[in-house]
Design a protein around this ligand. Structure first.
Ligand SMILES: Nc1nc2c(ncn2[C@@H]2O[C@H](COP(=O)(O)OP(=O)(O)OP(=O)(O)O)[C@@H](O)[C@H]2O)c(=O)[nH]1
Ligand SMILES: [Mg+2]
Length: 451
């Protein structure tokens, strides 16, 4: 059944294979570029960034292997492990009635047994079983489950019956993190009256209804409870017996395969880039802290130099030239100091800052005759020269400080925004999303992570 469903949806592929390959290559190149860049940093800074380098390497490996990670997420005893076992049609993960049966995350490769030139055959799929979110003894374990869910490309949010208030809260958190998810309503055998529309109505928060559609809510019975059956014997006797019905997981299986088929590549690339973006921000913050003192000293030196040169230079047009030159030198020195690349976007913004700094200087130059007039009326011979000098010096000092501060900010914030930076690629992927995609509904949340 899943097979025929897949065949019918292949033609609806949302991004062309060449676009998918292009995004992969760009994402891969983007991560490699940062790794190479960090290797040019001073050795003590490189040592500080070992964790970040490790994360970038594993992201690069994940992309190379085309490894799509799907994690279960939910409170204890909802049947997270049972659902995965039913997908595998094998008892791989421990299942039990006691809360906290799963103590550590475990992952297993899943091949749904479908071949063909599509996403399902080019992607490797890993299913990850996690401990319950409300693991009583293990705050740490619940935290671990959160981290895994954040790193996964797709989440199966498993509930049993109607969602509780706490489950709705956890869903909200996932929404804010921009995680794509399917809601699996397990133990459906115990709730015969329940359907997807009823669960959808329980998502009282409109923002949750925005990211989910009733099709993303799937009812399953991964390990149905035994049912009592009446057995009629040839001699006319009736006895009762207990029978365990087979798992009913087909709706989840086909929805999952359809999603992987249509959006698997995009899910993998987008999520890898989101993680790479956060690692790059972290790197930029480390660089800033590492160079904080030198950066301040450098800005101070250039600001003083600019102020002195402009104060003693008698010619107005030379003042403007000196102002521009020192601002440019300051930017150049900061760029070298921070070892971070500059991009067109940042350069344009910095030109804006330099122009503001020059404009304020020109304003002082223009107002000079007025100051001279006033002070000479007061017959103070040296005062005109002194007062304009101080005014120009102050303005130049302040202007250079501003240019320096803005350069620091643009270098740090602009780091993931290079032409091949993860933020730029994420923006490009968001533009390609089609309205029928699950990811399309998450655009506001993903965009919020770009800011
Ligand atoms: N009736 C019914 N029981 C189920 C179903 N799925 C799982 N169970 C039972 O629910 C209990 C918990 O299942 P698990 O798969 O261990 O649940 P879990 O969410 O992995 O639990 P933890 O690992 O403790 O967080 C077990 O006793 C299962 O037999 C189902 O579809 N119907
Ligand atoms: Mg479990």
């Amino acid at each position: 059944m899943a097979q025929s469903h897949l065949v019918s949806t292949t033609s609806e592929e949302n991004t062309s294979p060449s676009e998918q390959v292009e995004f992969y290559q760009r994402a891969h190149f983007s991560i490699q570029q940062v790794i190479k860049q960090v290797e040019t940093f001073p050795i003590p800074l490189q040592t500080e960034l070992q964790n970040q380098l490790g994360m970038l390497s594993s992201l690069s490996l994940k992309l190379n292997q085309r490894l799509l990670q799907i994690a279960t997420f939910g409170f204890v005893s909802r049947g997270k492990s049972a659902v995965l076992n039913a997908l595998f049609a094998e008892s791989i993960f421990p299942v039990g009635p006691l809360n906290g049966e799963t103590q550590w995350p475990r992952s297993v490769r899943w091949s749904p047994g479908i071949t063909g030139p599509d996403a399902l055959s080019t992607l490797q799929i890993e299913l990850i079983d996690t401990p319950g979110l409300d693991e009583i003894e293990g705050q740490g374990r619940a935290q671990m489950a959160q981290e895994i869910a954040q790193a996964a490309d797709l989440i199966l949010f498993i509930i049993a019956g109607p969602p509780t208030a706490l489950e709705l809260e956890a869903l909200q958190d996932l929404r804010q993190a921009g995680r794509p998810l399917l809601i699996v309503v397990n133990k459906a055998d115990l709730y015969p009256d329940l359907d997807a529309a009823k669960i959808y109505d329980r998502l009282v928060d409109p923002s949750l209804q925005q990211i989910l559609s009733p099709q993303d809510i799937l009812l399953t019975s991964a390990a149905p409870a035994p049912v009592e059956v009446r057995v009629e014997w040839p001699d006319g006797r009736f006895t009762t017996d207990w029978e365990t019905p087979p798992a009913n997981i087909e709706s989840l299986r086909s929805a999952l395969l359809k999603l992987i088929q249509e959006e698997g590549h995009t899910l993998l690339t987008l999520n890898t880039l989101l993680q790479a973006q956060s690692v790059e921000r972290d790197i930029a913050e480390h660089v800033q802290t590492f160079e904080a003192q030198s950066g301040q000293a450098c800005i101070g030196q250039y600001a003083r130099l600019k102020a002195i040169l402009i104060a003693i230079c008698p010619l107005a047009f030379l003042d403007v030239g000196i102002g521009m030159l020192t601002d440019l030198l300051l930017i150049g020195t900061l760029v070298k100091l921070y070892h971070l690349p500059t991009h067109r976007h940042q350069v344009d913004q910095l030109w804006g800052q330099i122009l503001i700094s020059l404009a304020s200087l020109i304003l002082v130059e223009i107002s000079t005759p007025t100051v001279w007039g006033l002070t000479s009326q007061l017959s103070l011979s040296l005062l005109p020269w002194l007062s304009t000098g101080i005014l120009q010096a102050g303005m130049s000092f302040y202007g250079a400080k501003r240019v320096g501060k803005q350069t620091q900010t643009y270098l740090i914030n602009g780091y993931p925004w290079g032409p091949l930076g993860p933020s730029t690629l994420i923006k490009d992927i968001l533009k390609q999303l089609q309205p029928q995609m699950v990811l399309y509904r998450l655009r506001p949340e993903v965009s919020a992570q770009l800011e």
